[in-house]
Write a protein that binds this ligand. Sequence first.
Ligand SMILES: Cc1cc2nc3c(=O)[nH]c(=O)nc-3n(C[C@H](O)[C@H](O)[C@H](O)COP(=O)(O)O)c2cc1C
Length: 343
Amino acid sequence: MKTKITEAFGIKHPILLSGMAYVSLPHLVAAVSNAGGLGIFNSVANTPDQLKGIIQEIKSLTDKPFAINVTLIFPNGKENAEVALAEKAPIINFALGKGDWIIKAAHEYGGKVISTVATERHAIRAAEQGADALIVTAHEAAAHGSDIGGMVLLPQIASKVTTPIISAGGYCDGRGLAAAIALGADAIAMGTRFLLTQECDVHPNIKQTALKTNMEDTIYSDGIDGLPGRWYKNKRALEMSTGKTSYIEAMKSGWALRKQVDVPVWKLLFGSLQKRGVTELARQAIGVDALGKVLNDGDLENGVVPFGQVIGRIRDLPTCKEVIERMVSEAEDIIKSMQSKVA
Ligand SMILES: Cc1cc2nc3c(=O)[nH]c(=O)nc-3n(C[C@H](O)[C@H](O)[C@H](O)COP(=O)(O)O)c2cc1C
């Protein structure tokens, strides 16, 4: 299936793996790229030094295009973007911050840039800055999506920009892929669906729990890591969603994460002097710390994990290649059958 996105990025199918901390690891990224989609690595839990090695590792696992995601409000975001640029990552995907400098620098070596947005205003700004594509993340999505559902958000943004659009949030089959194209997208990105694949290396507890989780079993709250987001509704997420996590707990997670991503102490302290400073950082840290607990250790008592609403529609554990080929073939059939349905 050819679209503006497959052409722009040199991939076979218009399907992307979303960048997910502790999930979209090199093995999974390469599996999706090797199957003809585009794998995105998420660098939020890595130091710049680690990221350099990770880019080499992905290059050793696939000769196909892949992308590196950087979360710009995170303390390591700018440095990780600089590493991705220095390593000439084929595609860079930035989220939650101003990335015009990334677009400029990537274009200088022939790299491409995807900006992740969740509002019409941010989509228009990224398009004006020259992003090669936009990931538009709707309300159905796991983690930080829009307050608006995809059925409204996607056609609205598609009517305002000419930049190719990758729609994210709620996809798992060919019906979704065909619908996304009808609403104005040129590709889709999936997190929850690729979490439930053979090549995804998260703890088996998570996969077993996810396979039994229903559509209603997620919550959308800004109490967990400080930004509105969708999470699996376990006891811990319900506690955290009240926003009453203790300051000491927040600082403990912030400190642990500071060490993990190698953020200098001065940066943490400087952050505390700014308006959206240390509390926000600490809350974000709690989110990432709690996410690591779940995805690495399978600890669903003390951790939290993002699941999209689509979790309730996924009941199998195929390979990435099976997911991609099945979706494309279903979507092609649906698109072909549309005319006879309405004639
Ligand atoms: C387990 C899991 C972890 C995620 N971690 C991150 C993350 O660290 N950063 C991020 O920007 N998005 C994260 N996401 C969200 C995805 O990037 C993506 O936007 C979302 O999964 C798309 O919606 P879907 O799950 O309905 O496909 C995560 C999603 C899941 C399921």
